[in-house]
Design a protein around this ligand. Structure first.
Ligand code: PLP
Length: 379
């Protein structure tokens, strides 16, 4: 049978077997977790077990985990004017220029109160510039992702946390792409707020969490108000099956993650060795620490939209830059922030792997790319 090579794990990952079982078992626990009767308590037990699984996997306190409808909502919850610490209310937001659109949008801050912090040509937050930005004006909420969804570049979060805290600020970290793919301990990271999502690690879509790591923070008004769920931090009857699936995914990733990462690193090296042999291919952020599963590359003269379709017809799923904006024709804002030539950026193809990716999938994309690049390249 003709099988496909799925190489778009940063867009989403296939469900893990453990997750499928946990979700279907949880669908049977139909009670409302807020109800006090036996059925309600059974559902509550699942939600709280998952909360402990998420917290344990990342070294967080159990009651710091607020379940949300995914990474986008967790980012929107985090980016609100109104967090306060020792009497200071944070009214300004700095975001790195390479953030996911759900962070770049600035959450509930008014546009004039949001400033972008630049990155280097390797796609790494410029710590010197961040330091300078923070040295004027009131203490600030800063949002920097742990690993970039397009390039995979891992950001210097601990160093950023020190700079932010010394300036009296607080730090939000979007760890959606890092979870399960690299070690993640929120205490070691030094972040005050952390965003997670289930579906990048083989959990269900539509579930994630905001981790409020700094217990001294006073919360802004909840984004979703109504019932008192999630200790008044996020109203609405919990997505019990999704949350149980998230717990199972995190638990599986924390047991298998190190081996899976080694496997992905091996595949990435194989892919990049093959790409290096093709004349004119640029791999972005190649000189800096990256996620083991992500390669963003381009060949001048090839449009990414055309290449993605051509590869799809050959049975290979990849994405052009960020999956969330792959319908758009504009070049990636991440590559623009890195100062990459617009023409080259328009050709950026992202290959992202996972635990189930095989060497054969890598060989297949290399072979197909060699064939296509000659055909698709404009003279
Ligand atoms: N943050 C990053 C870095 C992402 O890559 C994504 C999804 O692509 C999100 C946030 C949004 O997460 P979700 O799809 O769960 O809303």
């Amino acid at each position: 049978m003709f099988s496909r090579a799925y190489l778009d794990w940063n867009a989403t990952a296939p469900l893990r077997a453990e997750v499928r079982s946990a979700v279907s078992a949880a669908l049977e626990a139909f009670g409302n977790p807020s109800s006090v009767h036996t059925e309600g308590r059974a559902a509550r037990k699942l939600v709280e077990a998952a909360r402990a699984q998420v917290a344990n996997a990342i070294g967080a306190k159990i009651d710091s985990v607020v379940f949300t409808s995914g990474g986008t909502e967790a980012n929107a919850q985090a980016l609100a004017p109104g967090w306060s610490l020792s009497g200071h209310v944070y009214a300004r937001l700095f975001v790195s220029a390479i953030e996911h659109p759900s962070v770049l949008a600035g959450g509930r801050f008014a546009a004039p109160d949001v400033l972008q912090a630049p990155v280097t040509s390797d796609g790494i937050l410029d710590l010197g510039k961040l330091h300078r930005l923070l040295s004027t004006g009131a203490p600030t909420l800063v949002s920097v992702m742990l690993a970039n969804n397009e390039t995979g570049a891992i950001q210097p979060i601990s160093a950023a946390a020190t700079i932010v805290h010394e300036a009296g600020g607080i730090l939000h970290v979007d760890a959606v792409q890092a979870l399960g793919r690299m070690p993640l301990n929120v205490a070691a990271l030094g972040a005050d707020l952390v965003t997670l999502s289930a579906h990048k690690i083989g959990g269900p879509k539509g579930v994630g969490a905001l981790i409020v790591c700094n217990a001294n923070l006073h919360l802004p008004p909840a984004l979703v108000r109504g019932g008192g769920q999630e200790r008044n931090r996020r109203a609405g009857t919990e997505n019990v099956a999704g949350i149980a699936g998230f717990g199972a995914a995190v638990a599986a990733a924390s047991i298998k993650g190190a081996n899976e990462a080694k496997h992905m690193q091996h595949l990435r090296d194989r892919l990049e060795a093959g790409l290096a042999a093709i004349e004119g291919v640029t791999v972005f952020s190649i000189a800096v620490p990256r996620l083991p599963n992500t390669t963003l590359f381009a060949l001048k003269g090839i449009r990414a939209e055309t290449a993605v379709i051509a590869l799809d017809l050959e049975g290979i799923a990849v994405s052009s830059g960020a999956a969330c904006s792959s319908g758009k024709v504009q070049p990636s804002h991440v590559l623009a922030a890195m100062g990459v030539d617009e023409e080259l950026a328009r050709g950026a193809i992202r290959v992202s792997t996972g635990y189930a990716t095989k060497e054969g999938d890598i060989d297949r994309i290399l072979e197909t790319w060699r064939k296509l690049s000659g055909v698709l390249r404009k003279p």
